[in-house]
Write a protein of this length. Sequence first.
Length: 184
Amino acid sequence: MDQDRKILEAIINGCKENDRQSQQELYRNFYSYGMSICLRYTGSEADAVEVLNDGFLKIFKNIKKFDIEKSFKPWLRRILVNTCIDHIKKNAKHNHLVDITEAAVESTQQEAPDHDLSYQEILTKIGELSPAYRAVFNLYVIDGFKHHEIAEQLGITTSTSKANLTRAKAALRAMLGKEEYQYG
């Protein structure tokens, strides 16, 4: 077992004993990773910090359920993604989820613009999507959920999930096309 794994296990065991110093250490070690997840879903730093803190409260509350023999990051990620989904549901009245029966879906046969965007620039573009589109895009493209799972988690229909993904991709293409026009 390598040194980093032993240190992480000691921190997690401290958290299981409600040791504040261990909790601070865990938070500090995984802040950036957690923040990157929360920013993808919320789109604003203020909301991301709120969701991240809520997520860490859930982590500390449920840390005794974590199996120390397993990898910690996927467990943490799952809790943070679920906390982001809870945040989206809580603010659903502002998210304007589009049903496929109301959506005029653009053609997906467009050619993608050629870009050399950094990871941060891509995240920024995703963050500019509406909350409904951003949530479905993140869940489907980045986190690998199926449409029926997304529909269940967000309380929407499968067709709405598919429509929101299509519209998210179209919006991203439009943003990238606009950028290409400005800088190309």
